[in-house]
Write a protein of this length. Structure first.
Length: 692
């Protein structure tokens, strides 16, 4: 018998393709194509037939199988057996044991003081089903505290609502026809890759690209011009541009008259911001202000791609309102390739059936308190009583890693390490927050569950189909909350609806559900230039300069800066921003080795002038500190930092950082002017050589 004859005949490999959607907190919301062989996901790609994805994925999500099959993936329920102040030690337990114990603890608290239970969650998944639905129904049924979801975008989102009536903007694809694009507060190459594709098309066709950002990002390097303004001065720059538009009469008077309310009031305010004053506040030159205004007024169609980084300062909401008014003053909205895009999520709002998914009626008339997630450190350490209400006794964390991502992390850690706090964490990995838990429950990744998605960067709805069976004993968030409800004896049928039933309820009847299931995405029907004739989604269809709630927009100085707090700046003279490292997304992907290898280690970018004044060398270890805390990282002297500003790239997990602390050791819990958002980029520090 030959060797060939002795080889057994193997069945052909079973290969199939599954359509999905990227779940992460990114405006692109890519349509995915997952290749599955014999039940194993072997490749994740972008779908070429989806217009905004056009076959391309970022480095992070293209390696999603590495995340799903990571050797440190949580696959079984784990129970803490060490004290909270000790190094974490866990043992494996059964689902039944974990659920019964968790149910008993929550049931006891809910019977006494339901608001003492706090759900903490955010955009670890942006899916409407796994990001909410059964979880929201569960906590509504208990009457638990409600989380005020402010940590990322609340100031900018409410600013758009106050100005345009909703979070609406340009079509992504029309940026390719713009003649001038202001990329404002966005490192698009790292955080909005598919917009950058269209911006590059415009650039090749002769458009001018200008980046406005304190940091010389990868995006800024590829633009024709970079304006490195000081952190928190974007509103002042917008007012300075308005001053020039007014004094040179570069205004579209007809558009303003027809579609902008209370313009005379804002006009009076803008005239107080000549180029000299604007330049002094922003750290620019008067000529840079004049030239930017000229270019913006004379490059129709002109477009602005605004992003959320610039609203993470005290005056972030006012700044977004002022920038959002700029395209209205020159009539940019009359062109499909003119206007502004910060968020497109408002276009999906009429098609979302949020009440059906989340069932607020399960509150049964109760109005639980709001706990601001951006000040969770203070909330967890509050002793209770007075207007605050009962002390927080239990936290259930899902889709988030607050110990790493929340500001003023020393207080956050102290809160989570309370010996009397009962903490349950639904997770994929043992994150910094999971290390503080009493129970860690294994959750599925995007490849293992059903979900549906909207986008805040384009105008499509997407469906994510499960590509593989859940690994180990992992379960979808929805299933975990269903089983927890049963263990607590909560028998409302709304707590047991299946994921398929939830997907069917997620959108209104106008959405073609069959097309969404079969194709994987469905496009919201919208005109190319939605505001060419006005018709903004405000009460009267006009853009609002004056808000009944927020008044007339103005430049609001930072909490911490040389101008607003000179005494503090004497001790901590450097402004620090903490933009995301290119290969991480908030704290996600930090533990994916191939991505962490690219980033190498936490770095602080500093201008050589500031380093020389402190006797610091490139590549040395430095200590960044203020009165809230300190961290240690590697110093990088390069052109990315402007004088007086340092860039602490985040968000590393604490336990993967030198000294066990990340950039949030020095950020604070001060809130934005509008909608009580986080102010990560409003921060003064000092830097010195790290102790050896």
């Amino acid at each position: 018998m030959s060797t060939a004859d002795a080889t057994p005949t193997l069945p052909p490999a079973t290969v199939r393709t599954v359509y999905g959607a990227c779940p992460h907190d990114c405006p692109d919301t890519c349509a995915l194509q997952i290749t599955v062989q014999d039940g194993v996901a072997i490749k994740v790609q972008g779908r070429s037939e989806h217009a905004s994805t056009h076959g391309a994925l970022c480095t992070k999500v293209s390696r999603y199988t590495e995340r799903t099959y990571h050797p440190e993936r949580l696959l079984h329920p784990m129970k803490r057996v060490s004290a909270k102040h000790e190094a974490p030690r866990f043992v494996r337990v059964s689902w039944d044991e974990a659920l019964q114990d968790i149910a008993a603890r929550l049931k006891d608290i809910a019977a006494r003081a339901p608001e003492a239970i706090l759900p903490y969650h955010y955009a670890g998944t942006m899916g409407l089903i796994q990001g909410g639905s059964i979880a929201n129904r569960f906590f509504h049924t208990l009457g638990a505290s409600i989380l005020d979801e402010t940590i990322c975008a609340s100031a900018g989102a409410e600013a758009l609502n106050a100005t345009y009536g909703s979070r609406v903007g340009m079509h992504l694809r029309h940026f390719a026809q713009s003649r001038l694009i202001l990329i404002w507060g966005s490192n698009s190459i790292a955080s909005n890759l598919h917009f950058w594709t269209y911006a590059n098309q415009a650039k090749r066709a002769g458009a001018r690209l200008i980046c406005i950002d304190p940091r010389r990002t990868e995006t800024a390097e590829k633009c024709h011009q970079h304006l490195a303004l000081l952190p928190g001065t974007d509103g002042a720059l917008a007012l300075g541009l308005m001053h020039q538009l007014i004094t040179h009469d570069w205004l579209d008077h007809a558009y303003i008259e027809a579609h902008v309310d209370d313009w005379p009031l804002l006009r009076e305010r803008a005239l107080q911001w000549p180029p000299e004053r604007t330049a002094e506040v922003c750290g620019l030159t008067p000529e840079e202000v004049r030239q930017l205004a000229h270019d913006y007024a004379h490059s129709a169609p002109a477009a602005i791609r605004l992003n959320y980084g610039m609203q993470r300062v005290r005056g972030g909401g006012n700044a977004v309102r002022l920038i959002a008014l700029l395209p209205c003053l020159i009539g940019a909205w009359k062109h499909p390739a003119g206007g502004l895009l910060l968020s497109a999520s408002g276009w999906a709002a009429p098609f979302k059936n949020s009440q059906a998914l989340n069932r607020p009626e399960l509150l049964r008339g109760r109005q639980p308190r709001l706990i601001n997630m951006s000040a969770v450190g203070d909330a967890l350490l509050h002793s209770g009583g007075g207007s605050f209400g009962p002390r927080i006794e239990a936290v259930v964390v899902y889709n988030s890693n607050p110990v790493a991502v929340a500001p003023d992390s020393s207080r956050v850690v102290a809160g989570f390490q309370r010996s009397d706090l009962f903490t349950v964490v639904l997770e994929h990995f043992m994150t910094d927050t999971a290390d503080c838990a009493d129970y860690v429950l294994p959750a599925t990744t995007q490849l293992e569950h059903l979900d549906v998605h909207t986008s805040y960067g384009h105008t499509d709805l997407l469906r994510n189909n499960p590509a593989i069976a859940p690994l180990g004993e992992a379960k979808p968030n929805t299933q975990i909350f269903r089983e927890l409800a049963r263990a607590m004896g909560l028998d409302d049928p709304l707590l047991q609806e299946s994921d398929e039933a939830l997907a069917a309820q997620a959108f209104t009847a106008e959405v073609d559900q069959a097309a969404l299931r079969e194709q994987g995405f469905w496009s919201i029907p919208l005109p190319d230039a939605p505001f060419a004739q006005g018709g903004f989604p405000t009460a009267n269809g006009k853009v609002q300069c004056l808000s009944p709630q927020w008044g007339l927009p103005d430049h609001v100085p930072n909490y911490e800066s040389a101008r607003s707090s000179p005494e503090l700046a004497q001790r901590y003279p450097l402004a620090m921003i903490s933009p995301p490292a290119r290969n991480f997304l908030n704290s996600s992907f930090v533990n994916v080795k191939s991505l962490r290898d690219i980033e190498a280690e936490p770095r602080l970018e500093m201008h050589e002038q500031d380093a020389a004044a402190r006797g610091l060398a490139d590549g040395s270890m430095v200590r960044i500190f203020n009165e809230r805390g300190s961290l240690v990282c590697r110093l990088a002297l390069n052109a990315r930092a402007r004088p007086g500003v340092v860039n602490g790239l985040g968000i590393w997990w604490h336990k993967l950082s030198p000294g066990g602390r990340n950039v949030n050791a020095v950020t604070h819990q001060g809130l934005t002017d509008i909608a009580a958002g986080a102010t990560f980029y409003d921060c003064l520090v000092q830097v010195e050589a790290a102790p050896t």
